[in-house]
Design a protein around this ligand. Structure first.
Ligand SMILES: C[S@@+](CC[C@H](N)C(=O)[O-])C[C@H]1O[C@@H](n2cnc3c(N)ncnc32)[C@H](O)[C@@H]1O
Length: 254
């Protein structure tokens, strides 16, 4: 009897931003293989008896190979287990979800996907930045910048769409210089949001030209999302405490 693999998005970090479906599946998991950027409290929903393994890559790329992850997912599923492959954000946004679906289905293993809130949208929103806004931006271009040499800078510089850039914290100088060199105005508003939804979330605002200095001045560290475009200015959102499911649980049990 073959088990099933659930490809689950864990959201940007804060466990309160998990979907209800993700929680219900985690509660039934027998095996969980998770990414590095999954908040430890998210694993609090997993039964104590489950086998939980971090298969994420540390900076520098050391960790499980993708082939080893495929093999483990297939092996556990073929043992009849309920397996969760837990990925930060959404499993189909700059993650290896599609490759895992193909490997699993090729091996005859059932797989289903539970979308998560991607940091590409959550980080700007949590910092009070609307990625689209009537009259300012009618489109969003989400890109990853882990290899700046492979970017289409002319396209990114000429589009009126809001740019949301992931995996770019090590390349802010290049991002700023390349976009300006390809014609994006140096005064275009820009923001960087790091550790979105974590207690240490930090957001800074400035211009495209100021991007590298902003990050060094505030000692920003990955993970971070860069937003560039007229919308990259902060809306006046009040910092009020958010209602938390965990608080409601505590209140009802006292
Ligand atoms: C390999 S990609 C994974 C993206 C993920 N699948 C998603 O949908 O959010 C990792 C990048 O996501 C971004 N990221 C993930 N979590 C973040 C967070 N809590 N705050 C800011 N950026 C985050 C960073 O740009 C990081 O380098």
């Amino acid at each position: 009897m073959s088990g099933i693999v659930y490809l689950v998005g864990a959201g940007p970090g804060d466990p309160e931003l998990l979907t209800l479906q993700a929680v219900r599946i985690l509660e039934r998991a027998e095996v969980v293989l998770h990414d590095r950027l999954v908040h430890p409290d998210v694993l609090g929903w997993v039964p104590k008896a489950a086998l939980v393994t971090n298969v994420g890559k540390a900076p520098g790329g050391i960790g499980w190979s993708q082939a080893a992850i495929h093999r483990a997912l297939i092996d556990y599923a073929q043992q009849g287990k309920t397996v969760v492959r837990l990925q930060g954000g959404d499993p189909f946004v700059f993650a290896r979800g599609s490759e895992e679906v193909l490997a699993l289905t090729a091996a005859g293993v059932s797989v289903t996907v539970v979308p998560g809130i991607s940091s590409a949208l959550a980080a700007p929103a949590l910092a009070g930045i609307p990625v689209t806004s009537r009259g300012l931006s009618a489109a969003v271009h989400i890109a990853e910048v882990h290899d700046p040499a492979r970017m289409e800078w002319d396209l990114l510089a000429s589009t009126a769409a809001t740019l949301v850039l992931l995996m770019g914290m090590a390349h802010l100088k290049t991002i700023s210089a390349a976009l300006i060199a390809h014609g994006k105005p140096a005064k275009t508003p820009a923001a960087v949001i790091t550790w979105a939804s974590y207690p240490e979330q930090t957001a800074v605002w400035g211009t495209l030209a100021e991007l590298p200095a902003l990050a060094t001045g505030h000692r920003l560290a990955a993970p971070g999302v860069v937003v560039i475009g007229p919308v990259a200015k902060r809306l006046p959102i009040l910092e009020v405490p958010r209602p938390r499911v965990s608080d409601a649980h505590e209140a009802s049990s006292t």
